[in-house]
Design a protein around this ligand. Structure first.
Ligand code: HEM
Length: 160
């Protein structure tokens, strides 16, 4: 069932157009999108860890940067899907691609846990140069997971 869908996707006019013509252009936009996502997330995470911008409150930094993170993420998903459609069965079977998706899901779970649990006490540590352990741990884990997403994203092209 899934394999039939992937074969259909790769044979669509969209999949063929990306494979035969648009791939390098779409991948350029994908790289710009991921730079926006990971670049802004790292600035928020290093504030959470207490490494940078410690004279600014956490909410000040995150409220200014997270809209750019989400804009970049939406663009990364759209361009990522277009790239995926160009060789869908091969990407689906690719270990680096699968690991990349797992790492992105773990990064989303980490962000969700932070938003729903750790962030509830932010009023107590918003201006602190060194936030509590749970916040710093969320920052370190986020940096590690997104580095993994970039490395596996790059590795896809070497392992197809
Ligand atoms: C914000 C999330 C994402 C990040 C940080 C990311 C990161 C990357 C990186 C670093 C590359 C290698 C680019 C290069 O060196 O030219 C890449 C390629 C790729 N990404 Fe993503 N990506 C993200 C989201 C997605 C999504 C959601 C999909 C699929 C639905 C996807 C599918 C792909 C594909 C198919 C390639 C091309 C691999 C190739 O043949 O070279 N990406 N990504």
């Amino acid at each position: 069932m899934l394999l039939e869908f992937l074969q259909w996707l790769g044979a669509t006019r969209l999949g063929i157009a990306v494979a035969e013509d648009w791939f390098p252009k779409v991948e350029c936009v994908h790289v710009i999108a991921l730079a926006a996502v990971v670049g802004t997330i790292f600035l928020v995470d290093t504030r959470l860890i207490g490494l940078t911008s410690t004279r600014l409150s956490f909410r000040n930094i995150s409220s200014r940067l997270l809209p750019w993170t989400w804009a970049g993420f939406i663009l990364a998903v759209i361009t990522g899907f277009l790239l995926f459609s160009s060789n869908s069965v091969a990407y689906y079977e690719n270990g680096a691609f699968r690991l990349k998706l797992v790492l992105m899901i773990l990064a989303a779970v980490n962000m969700l846990y932070f938003e729903l649990v750790t962030f509830r006490t932010v009023a107590a540590w918003d201006g602190a140069a060194k936030p509590p352990f749970a916040a710093r741990f969320a920052g370190v884990l986020s940096v590690a997971l997104w580095c993994g997403v970039i490395m596996t994203g790059r590795w896809i092209g070497f392992s197809l």
